[in-house]
Structure formats: structure tokens, C-alpha cells
Design a protein around this ligand. Sequence first.
Ligand code: UDP
Length: 140
Amino acid sequence: MATERTFSIIKPDATRRNLTGAVTKMLEEAGLRVVASKRIHMSREQAEGFYGVHRERPFFSDLVQFMTSGPVVVQVLEGENAVARNREVMGATNPAQADEGTIRKSFAESIEANSVHGSDSADNAKIEIDFFFKPEEIVG
Ligand code: UDP
């Protein structure tokens, strides 16, 4: 498997509790390298666009509200099998179902405020990276 990139967000529940470093440490320890990172406060338009695939889901408006409730840290992660590796270290969407040692098991507050986002495929990783980063902001 060649080196791959994925997209990550440290969500507002984690930045609020000053867990940016702790989350990033777990990503790095999982073999992922942070090749781009910035702290932003997402606009409503950005959050709605980013989560567009969930527009029809019952949790959509609460999710947009949550993702715009405070700063987030958007990151590009690079490594062997980065998409799958990141999903593994993140843990299940619902922290009650997440394995021990995962980010969500360690830090998530709820199924919504679950501390991190990670792309679910290489194709989506590319779309999500392009949504937040210019090529020159990524330094591999
Ligand atoms: N989410 C939620 N309620 C749900 C399912 C998901 O609030 O019942 C939120 C949660 O923050 C999750 C995000 O919507 O991370 C995107 O959902 P998805 O099913 O894509 O989960 P993920 O890929 O983040 O594990």
C-alpha cells in the first residue's frame, strides 16, 4: 500500500477541552503525519457544504449547529493506508461502541460531540482536503 492522505477534523468539543495536542498525539502514534493543519471557526455555509451528504438526516441541523459552535482544527494526515488507519484510531461514531484505546473512546462526549472527523474513503479524502486546503498549504 502506497503512502496515502486523509482529512481529519478535531471537533469543537475537543478544542473546547484543550485536547488538540492529546488527539494529535494519538494520530501521530498511529503512524499518521500531520502535513497540514489550521484552526478555523467554520461558517454555517462551510459546515452545511461539508456535511452535504447528510442533509436529509434527522441530525443534520444539530450537527451543523455543533460544528459551528467553536473552533475546529482541520488537518491533512499522511501515512501508509492513512484513510483506514485514521478510521481505526478514531473508533466507532458512537463512543459507547468505540474500542478501548481509540480517540472517541478516550475523549468523545456523545454520538454527535465525538471529538474527530475522518474521511471514510480515499475519494472523499481528496474532496474534503480540497474543500479546506490549497495545495501550497500542504507540506509533505
Ligand atoms: N452524527 C450524529 N448523530 C448520528 C450520527 C452521526 O450527530 O446519529 C454526527 C457525528 O458527529 C458524526 C457525523 O454526524 O461523526 C457524521 O456521521 P457519520 O455517520 O458519517 O459518522 P463518522 O464517519 O463521523 O463516524
